[in-house]
Design a protein around this ligand. Structure first.
Ligand SMILES: NC(=O)c1ccc[n+]([C@@H]2O[C@H](COP(=O)([O-])OP(=O)(O)OC[C@H]3O[C@@H](n4cnc5c(N)ncnc54)[C@H](O)[C@@H]3O)[C@@H](O)[C@H]2O)c1
Ligand SMILES: O=P(O)(O)OC[C@@H](O)[C@@H](O)[C@H](O)[C@H](O)CO
Length: 538
């Protein structure tokens, strides 16, 4: 049996026998290099980072294109640092699973340090600040989930935490955006040092939103006299601080027991899955798919490693944006979210199994090919139709990828505007008729039905976590299967919530369709499947 913390250089034969590729570099050296001259910080050391960014870093370290390991920062979940990084010397196993059932396993040792960066942890609070004061630091990447950027409530007003950050001393910032602005202030004070801040979270114009978040706090500080105009100018000068946009794609489910069992059988011993108190599901291994794309706007004011040598596509903002809109708003994530909603309602626990249901396949085909594709701009670097084909025919049905509708259904309220709203806005802007849209109103109605937390068979289920659940569920709490309800009145507070539906559903003539679909889906047990079949059925 091999363990993550075994000496992979001395015991390379044991790793080879377990079918595990090991790094070509000495982890101590890349740790020391990061301590002396850090280059890359990543916020949110969850599963995507471990399966994607960390492998890119490993390839660059292997090739001598990068000398320093990545410094991981967690603003939110101390359990990730304490339970998933520290006990394993910051190592983990990346497992790539193809459709034929092969497991491609690599010991990843590209993380130099993992820091709980929260003002509650003085040591980490000071340590990361020192990292940001180093001239060598070239860039930051982030995968902290959509909600990690939030500064506003559902009405668009600054939330209490953001207001407190703005009113207070930068040294005490508590929101992610405030805590990161504090680090940039330290970098500014260390000599106006340049840096690229790259969001790799799944939403359109992610760099813009990240920039706006940091600037909201910084401008608030300026108004209160806590920082200088010079600092705000520094943040707004892309030659100093850039916020490159990105598109990232790699289906990376939470670590699964089925994978743990196979790993154990093949001679790898660190397979206990960790569920942190703050609800991150993580393990000494990460499971992911073969297909992957990372497209980043090439704007790195302090230079960058040759990321392209590890497969990253570096290009213009416009092309990144087109690729991202293609993936996040049209050709992948909207399909995923629809499977998440209907999968949860129909009692599925596997995305691959959902692709065996002809009506669910009809739903994602209708959505992808007939409703999203007509308003998608071709990014040229990836063909949108071929991308959907690969997704529907190869990626989603891969039964070796242990993905679940429950994972994807988390935070759906945060995703609705991007995954459906952008497409609706395109219809509105182009004047294209929405009369033939069937899947989008069905999915929106399905999500309202999901909020009832009652499966199609009438059994209660626990909806995936979502920051707006407690606010939204009361609107549908009194609706019972078989009730005759006024869907217009019941759904109005949800459908007119601008933070969830920034595009007025009346303006695209969808409100009535959503209400009718909802009414049909509460007719009784089995009504969701029946409505799905009736509306888009194969
Ligand atoms: N998993 C995928 O398939 C995938 C693919 C492409 C993009 N993404 C993007 O990456 C994000 C993370 O995915 P993951 O698979 O690593 O998830 P994960 O649950 O494994 O990890 C989430 C990470 O975000 C941190 N986090 C959670 N809430 C936070 C908050 N409020 N503030 C700061 N940090 C917070 C957690 O501590 C953890 O490090 C997704 O939300 C998405 O935007 C994921
Ligand atoms: O990561 P989220 O929560 O934004 O969305 C859930 C999934 O749709 C997403 O993780 C996909 O797996 C990913 O976007 C594929 O590249």
């Amino acid at each position: 049996m091999v363990h993550l913390t075994d000496d992979y250089r001395r015991d390379s034969k044991a790793f080879a026998e377990a079918g595990i590729a090991v790094p070509k570099f000495d982890q101590q050296q890349v740790k020391q290099a990061a301590a002396d001259a850090p280059v890359w910080v990543h916020f949110g050391g969850g599963n995507l980072f471990r399966c994607f960014h960390a492998k890119i870093a490993q390839e660059l370290l292997d090739a001598g294109e990068l000398k320093a390991g990545v410094v991981v920062a967690e603003t939110y979940d101390d359990g990730v640092v304490e339970q998933a990084y520290e006990p394993f010397d910051n190592r983990f196993l990346q497992v790539v699973m193809d459709e034929a059932g092969n497991y491609d396993k690599t010991l990843i040792a590209s993380v130099a340090d993992a820091i709980y960066y929260n003002k509650a942890n003085v040591a980490g609070w000071d340590k990361l600040k020192k990292v940001f004061e180093q001239p060598s630091l070239q860039f930051v990447t982030m995968s902290i989930t959509e909600k990690g950027y939030a500064l506003r409530d559902v009405n668009g007003n600054l939330n209490a935490a953001a207001q407190a950050d703005i009113a207070g001393d930068p040294e005490n910032a508590a929101t992610n955006m405030g805590a990161i602005a504090r680090l940039l202030l330290a970098r500014f004070n260390a000599g106006k040092l340049p840096i690229a801040m790259v969001s790799t979270d799944n939403f359109s114009e992610n760099g813009k939103r990240f920039e706006e978040g940091v600037l909201t706090i910084a401008k608030g500080w300026l108004a209160n006299g806590t920082v200088s105009q010079d600092f705000v100018d520094y943040l707004q000068n892309p030659e100093m601080v850039s916020f490159p946009w990105s598109m990232i794609d790699r289906i990376t489910p939470n670590p699964a027991e089925s994978v743990a069992t196979v790993l154990k059988d093949s001679g790898f011993d660190d397979t206990d899955i960790i569920h942190t108190a703050k609800h991150t599901n993580i393990a000494p291994f990460g499971n992911t798919e073969v297909t992957h794309y990372l497209v980043i706007e090439d704007s790195f004011p302090n230079g960058r490693p040759a990321l392209d040598k590890a497969g990253v596509i570096l290009t213009s903002r416009d092309i990144v944006n087109d690729a991202d809109q293609m993936k996040v708003t049209a050709c992948l994530n909207p399909l995923h979210t629809s499977l998440a909603i209907f999968g949860s309602l129909l009692g599925y626990t596997s995305i691959a199994e959902e692709t065996q249901n002809p009506d669910l396949v009809a739903l994602i085909k209708q959505l992808g090919y007939n409703e999203d594709l007509p308003v998608v701009k071709d990014p040229k670097i990836i063909d949108p139709k071929a991308f959907i084909d690969e997704l529907i025919n190869k990626r989603l049905p891969n039964k070796n990828i242990p993905d679940t509708p429950q994972r994807i259904a988390s935070d759906t309220s945060q995703k609705m505007p991007i995954r459906y709203g952008v497409t609706l806005q395109h219809y509105l802007d182009s004047g294209k008729s929405t009369a033939d849209l069937k899947a989008i109103p069905l999915i929106i109605a399905g999500w309202c039905r999901f909020l009832m937390a009652v499966q199609d068979d009438g059994q209660a289920f626990e909806p995936s976590r979502d920051p707006l659940l407690s606010e939204l569920q009361p609107y549908v709490a009194d609706v019972k299967l078989g009730d005759k309800v006024d869907a217009h009145a019941v759904l109005k507070p949800i459908l007119t919530n601008k933070s969830i539906f920034p595009v007025d559903l009346d303006a695209v003539n969808l409100t009535k369709k959503v209400e009718d679909n909802f009414t049909a889906m509460i007719a009784g047990p089995g009504a969701v499947a029946k409505t799905l079949h009736a509306v888009v059925g194969a």
